[in-house]
Design a protein around this ligand. Structure first.
Ligand code: BG6
Length: 514
């Protein structure tokens, strides 16, 4: 008898098909003159429209300080779109779409601006049937959050009418330590309920990051091996060839640990190590991620010195050109003690991951661009082939988050011929060739999810809080402790300081080359 469930009993399938549909709404972007709006948000919204997924009559209003007409705003966005949209700009689509884009000029603290915004949104609701659904996107610095949400509340813009919804998307940086994140959350929570608060982490919207759960839980062959019995260690790398570009002031006050580790890399680490959730609801998934962050070993200052390496790039070469060192970048403190590279060894103190090191490194001005997770399996026993050919390469499963999204598995194979020679070969899956179309951008998926009310790919308050607890241990050891480990240097265009290699060499391991 076949005991396998019918498709309708299959919880995974049901979970996927039950995903709510995005609903027509008014999207309001605070900080609409900013880079993010031009490079990411408008291109994402446009591509949602171009793919036919935009809920009908959804309007977009940019809220910003500079005086500007709708026409000028549309024209500026249109020019940027041609550069930044993954599908370019198709005139018919752009014409329809841009006709629903508006500009609203106001200071963030000016009550009148919010009163007029409320009127404008009511009018658009009446004309377009958006039913009072509102999505506020705070694409502004964290010091503006409180002022904006307070004003939204003052003018009743945070209140949903019967049968409609009002949500807020909050951009990072979400605080600079646990306490400031807690304070921000408190302020937000007076105006928006947690269920309506969407803390965006664009790494969660990346197609390959979403595929981690599918790889693990929709295939039967990996999960039985996914533990300390079979996995030797995990490496997570996020390398960028760029320096800090025009973001000197922000970056200098944040550093790689706050900028990338607290959010993006911790989220990837959670997806790859969490237990299977009981279902695919937002809270079940986030409950499991939370357990991982809570189980991350918190280091004493001495352990930080042993397990975490920080470094700053010095002058060097990138893309065949000479580039300056970090301290001479535009608007960076010439005595800056901010790290542009971090490498660390983490442990998850739970049953599944007992004793398995997870090595994470992230850096700017690296020689290549790539984010990947590599799961290295334990070697075979030292008999048979492994006795014949000492130091045989272990199996490695690589999840390429970007670019060239895909998954590869390194296995051992016999080289053809009469001699017994074993060589590693790769089984390789590439999104591009397997599915024949480019993956949507992370912001597309996340904006659609927010319109649908699906918070699975957004960070919950307790997750953010727990991630900061881990980061705070490191920051405290770096800045408030007598044994604070040194700030290393690496030439721009290299893979980081030798101390990062030594971190793994001490364990008899080495970083993978991307
Ligand atoms: C951002 C960081 O969140 O992510 C940047 O602030 C970083 O410093 C960027 O460059 C990396 O994102 P992506 O999608 O290009 O890997």
């Amino acid at each position: 008898m076949n005991n396998s469930p019918s498709p309708s009993q299959n919880p995974l399938k049901e979970g996927l098909s039950n995903r709510p549909l995005p609903r027509p709404c008014n999207v309001v972007i605070f900080g609409a003159s900013g880079d993010l709006t031009f490079r990411k948000l408008i291109p994402a919204l446009y591509n949602i429209e171009a793919d036919g997924d935009m809920p009908a009559n959804t309007h977009i209003t940019g809220f910003a300080r500079r005086p500007k007409t709708d026409e000028v705003f549309r024209q500026e966005l249109g020019e940027a779109l041609a550069k930044f949209s993954r599908s370019g700009r198709v005139e018919d689509v752009w014409k329809d779409f841009s006709g629903r884009v508006h500009y609203h000029q106001s200071e963030f603290g000016n009550g009148e601006g919010y009163r007029e915004l409320a009127e404008k949104l009511d009018r658009l609701d009446a004309e377009s049937g958006t039913a009072g659904n509102r999505l506020f996107y705070l694409s502004v610095g964290p010091n503006e959050f409180e002022g904006i949400v307070t004003k939204l509340a003052e003018y009743g813009l945070n209140k949903a009418r019967e049968g409609s919804w009002v949500r807020v998307i909050v951009e990072k940086p979400f605080g600079r330590d646990r306490q400031s994140a807690h304070d921000l959350n408190e302020k937000l929570s007076h105006v928006f309920e947690e269920k309506d608060t969407y803390r965006i982490d664009h790494y969660l919207g990346k197609e390959t990051a979403q595929n981690i759960m599918v790889l693990r839980f929709a295939n039967s062959i990996f999960e039985p091996l996914w533990n300390h019995r079979y996995i030797d260690h995990i490496q997570i790398t996020a390398a960028e060839p760029m320096g800090v570009e025009a973001r000197g002031p922000y970056y200098d006050s944040a550093g790689a640990l706050r900028d990338m580790v607290q959010n993006h890399l911790t989220q990837l680490l959670c997806l790859v190590t969490m237990e299977p959730p009981t279902d695919l609801s937002a809270d079940s998934v986030r409950d499991e991620k939370l357990k991982v962050v809570r189980a991350l070993r918190k280091y004493s200052p001495e352990q930080v010195a042993e397990n975490v390496v920080r470094a700053q790039y010095a002058a060097g070469a990138a893309g065949g050109k000479e580039v300056p060192g970090y301290r001479t970048e535009d608007r960076v403190n010439p005595q800056s003690e901010t790290e542009t590279f971090v490498a660390y060894r983490a442990f998850i103190d739970n049953w599944r991951w007992d004793g398995v090191p997870i090595y994470v490194r992230v850096g700017k001005r690296m020689p290549g661009h790539g984010t990947e997770i590599a799961i290295q399996f334990k070697n075979t026993p030292g008999v048979l082939f492994n006795a014949e050919q000492a130091g045989m390469d272990p199996n490695i499963l690589v999840i390429r988050i970007q670019p060239d999204e895909g998954i590869s598995l390194r296995i051992q194979s016999k080289r053809p011929g009469a001699q017994l020679a074993i060589e590693p070969v790769k089984m390789d899956f590439h999104y591009k060739t397997s599915f024949g179309k480019p993956s949507p951008e992370a912001y597309e998926r996340l904006l659609l999810d927010a319109m649908a009310g699906d918070a699975t790919l957004f960070a919950r308050r307790d997750e953010v809080d727990a991630a900061w607890t881990f980061i705070d241990c490191i920051e405290n050891a770096w800045h408030n402790h007598a044994t604070s480990p040194p700030m290393h240097e690496y030439p721009a265009g290299s893979w980081g300081p030798t101390a990062a290699d030594e971190l793994l060499a001490r364990d008899g391991r080495a970083w993978r080359r991307l």
